[in-house]
Ligand binder design. Structure first.
Ligand code: MSP
Length: 507
């Protein structure tokens, strides 16, 4: 299949607080795509990590009365736990306090300086520590940032990046690369913003210390966003241009929340173009989750703890809900009732029951072995054709990051399988036509094998379980084996356990 390498990233998360559902969301979405492309035969590099510098972190550490380094070491652990808890398969977990990252960020700075892109002046204006973002007077709404965050007046010596010179090259870049920003509506927002004109960007701070030192000027630390964005380069060994960098650059896709699209779709390609480095192929912005219709915020006391949910209801269940419930790119609402409803209907009823019905029937009435199929009927063939089209259909959807639609396409086949059983009634065939019963069962487990392989990026644990019950060898759990390999009649099958228990309704 497609041999082009696929470098996918999540944002690196601020370690000023523990992970919440928004962090879990981007990471799970990236993991689904990473797993999916690995199954399709592509070489994947999946990167996630933590953003550990800046004034926000420095202040959080101060509040706790510990050094910033101690503080980030403590909190970064919780972000690593996201990976282990949610079965994330990142190839590298980067921390911006890693020495190799600091060197890479400085190398990028030097490159920009060499190219005449940096000059020293004074910054006078508004800054939001919560957003770690500079705001123009005209952007403020009732004295606050457009995000609602508090702003402070800042006057300090600062280095600037000549962003204003990149307006035209950026507009050309967007025009020549129509897919470089998704979804379409977000692309238009970015275009309008850049067309409105760009001001030079302050890229250093000199009134606090917690950051990457500016090369050649120890009084300044790099602006945390320049430091943070550089992580995508440093993770591949930049400034060394061989090795992983050579294999995986440029980035195939950055997944980001809509709030940080400007940084990724404007500042980042501008920095890269200015440094003579290829910009990312695509930046995709997803929407925001609310809880029971309200903005999630600590002060409201309505944060959603991904670890508690995973422990109470299951990891695959939460992964599935987040991916299936909301079209990727749109905002969504989290409620326990919607979560339980979705898990019970799609996972327990439709998929879980299908697997359980078929596999326990084989245990009882088909010698607990892969049955022998004889001639396939037109109905069998039609059903199998639908299932066999899945990988190709899913690849098309994955190219657009249509993650929820990918689940829909898989569940169309789950539902077709349930209808096929009801039509073919293997339990009645047991007495009247055992040969036909075996064929129907064979068709069903072939379909379940396909479904389990393609659903495993979203449901890694359940996918593994089902493929274990079908005795599918490890090296056959991929798209290539969906084309050229099938279950072998007579193979012994272990007794299955239910994969998705029904969840109780919340009171
Ligand atoms: N450190 C920066 C990113 C630097 S990347 C070079 C940052 N970190 S963050 O921890 O504040 O946010 C990380 C991601 O979480 C963002 O993509 C943001 O959109 C996402 N989310 C935060 N709250 C969210 C929801 N309520 N819902 C969905 N995603 C949300 O920004």
């Amino acid at each position: 299949m497609n041999a082009k390498p696929y470098y996918i990233t999540t944002p690196i998360y601020y370690v000023n607080d523990v992970p919440h559902i928004g962090h879990a969301y981007t990471s799970i979405a990236a993991d689904v795509l990473a797993r999916f492309y690995r199954l399709s035969g592509r070489q994947v590099f999946f990167l996630t990590g933590t953003d550990e510098h800046g004034q926000k972190i420095e202040r959080s550490a101060e509040k706790r009365g510990i050094s910033p380094q101690e503080f980030v070491d403590q909190v970064a652990v919780h972000f690593r736990k996201l990976s282990t808890t949610f079965n994330l398969t990142e190839d590298h977990f980067i921390r911006t306090t890693d020495t190799s990252h600091i060197k890479a960020a400085q190398a990028l700075w030097q490159k920009l300086a060499e190219n005449g892109q940096i000059y020293k002046s004074n910054y006078t204006g508004w800054y939001s520590v919560r957003d770690e973002t500079f705001y123009g007077e005209n952007e403020l709404i009732e004295g606050r940032a457009p995000t609602g965050a508090e702003v402070e007046w800042v006057e300090e010596p600062s280095y600037f990046f000549r962003l204003s010179e990149w307006q035209e090259p950026l507009l050309r870049f967007y025009a020549e690369n129509p897919d470089c920003i998704g979804p379409k509506s977000r692309r238009n927002e970015v275009l309008r913003f850049v067309e409105g004109g760009l001001k030079d960007l302050s890229i250093s701070r000199s009134t606090f210390k917690w950051g990457v030192p500016v090369p050649g000027d120890e009084d300044h630390v790099m602006y945390v966003w320049l430091d943070a964005l550089a992580n995508y380069l440093s993770a591949l060994g930049y400034p060394n241009e061989g090795g992983a960098y050579q294999d995986f650059w440029p980035v195939a896709i950055h997944l980001v929340g809509k709030d940080i699209l400007r940084h990724h779709a404007i500042y980042w390609p501008a920095f890269l173009l200015a440094a003579g480095i290829q910009p990312p192929k695509r930046v995709f912005a997803h929407g925001w989750w609310t809880k029971d219709g309200k903005k999630i915020s600590k002060s409201e006391g309505n944060t959603v703890d991904p670890f508690a949910l995973a422990q109470q209801y299951g990891v695959d269940q939460l992964r599935y809900f987040l991916i299936r419930e909301v079209p990727f790119g749109q905002d969504g609402d989290f409620s326990n009732a919607a979560f339980i409803q979705r898990v019970n209907s799609d996972l327990a009823n439709d998929f879980g029951n299908l697997v359980q019905r078929v596999l326990s029937f084989i245990q009882k009435h088909a010698q607990a072995r892969v049955p022998q199929a004889t001639a396939l009927s037109a109905d069998d063939q039609q059903f199998l054709d639908l299932v066999k089209m899945l990988p190709e259909r899913l690849l098309e959807l994955a190219e657009q990051q249509a993650l929820s639609k990918m689940c829909e396409a898989i569940w169309e086949c789950v539902s077709a399988a349930n209808k096929y059983i009801d039509r073919e009634q293997p339990w009645s065939l047991r007495k009247t036509n055992p040969e036909r019963m075996n064929t129907v069962l064979y068709v069903l487990i072939e379909a379940i094998r396909h479904i389990a392989v393609v659903a495993s990026p979203v449901l890694p644990k359940a996918g593994e379980m089902v493929l274990d019950y079908l005795a599918v060898p490890d090296d056959k759990r991929n798209f290539a084996a969906l084309k050229g390999w099938s279950l072998i009649a007579g193979t012994a099958l272990p007794p299955p356990e239910p994969i998705f228990p029904r969840l109780d309704k919340v009171a």
